[in-house]
Design a protein around this ligand. Structure first.
Ligand SMILES: Nc1ncnc2c1ncn2[C@@H]1O[C@H](COP(=O)(O)OP(=O)(O)O)[C@@H](O)[C@H]1O
Ligand SMILES: [Mg+2]
Length: 217
């Protein structure tokens, strides 16, 4: 079992989106649990809006201390994804999650103002714990071809932080998904939704490859 925290102290970078969509993609071939320790309970709302049964198990409104107990229980989950709060005040909750985590996905939107809080999260909370992590660029504008290389260069050279090779583009269907309760696994396939599903699939393949031993049950 691998506990994957989705974390960044910057709000609005896509933690909840990435948690739910990655969980759905990983659940195609593995047993997945989503845990929400965020006081805003965004995933709970999303789960309640889902028209069809979620393809993964779901535990909303959790105390992060439960993650350590999950490890002791030796559950049958391959992946546990944890959505975490995005504000600087919730450092204790985030710290408890990171204490139990095996890997951290750090979503980052291509906005200058998101950089400083992200680097602070890495420097103060993730790197001191010697956790494996990767930054995931999210909300990349499909109309700006230069955006991915510019931001990848920034992460690789200026900041020297690990990142996913793939990224998530910005699509309206992502923004509508929590309201509709839709997941990449339940969406009707249109040209637009195909791109969104492909993006998530690439990221989930990369993540599964990083954590390959977890697949051997
Ligand atoms: N790739 C994307 N394309 C379009 N909208 C997105 C994308 N990722 C996130 N969003 C939207 O941006 C907002 C913030 O995302 P959210 O997942 O709630 O971030 P966080 O949990 O980090 O605060 C939400 O309205 C969400 O629907
Ligand atoms: Mg959130």
């Amino acid at each position: 079992m691998e506990i994957i925290a989705v974390a960044n102290q910057k709000g609005g970078v896509g933690k909840t989106t990435v948690t739910m969509q990655l969980a759905a993609a990983l659940a195609r071939r593995a047993a997945v649990l989503v845990v929400d320790v965020d006081r805003q309970q965004s995933t709970v709302w999303w789960a309640e809006n889902a028209a069809v049964a979620l393809p993964f198990d779901f535990a909303g409104n959790q105390n992060p201390k439960m993650l350590r107990r999950l490890k002791d229980l030796r559950t049958t989950y391959d992946y546990v994804l944890v959505d975490t709060p995005g504000s600087l005040e919730d450092t204790d909750v985030l710290g408890s999650v990171l204490d139990a985590a095996d890997f951290v996905v750090v979503p980052l939107t291509p906005e200058p103002l998101a950089v400083e809080p992200t680097m602070r999260t890495l420097g103060r909370l993730i790197e001191p714990r010697h956790l494996r992590y990767a930054v995931l660029l999210n909300r990349i504008d499909p109309r700006i071809p230069s955006q991915p290389p510019v931001w990848e260069e920034l992460l690789d050279t200026t900041f020297g932080v690990p990142r996913f090779a793939s990224h998530l583009r910005q699509y309206r269907a992502h923004a509508e998904a929590p309201v509709l309760g839709s997941l990449v696994t339940t969406m009707t396939r249109t040209r637009r939704s195909r791109n969104m599903v492909d993006d998530i699939t690439h990221v989930s393949d990369e993540l599964a490859a990083h954590l390959a031993p977890a697949l051997v049950r």
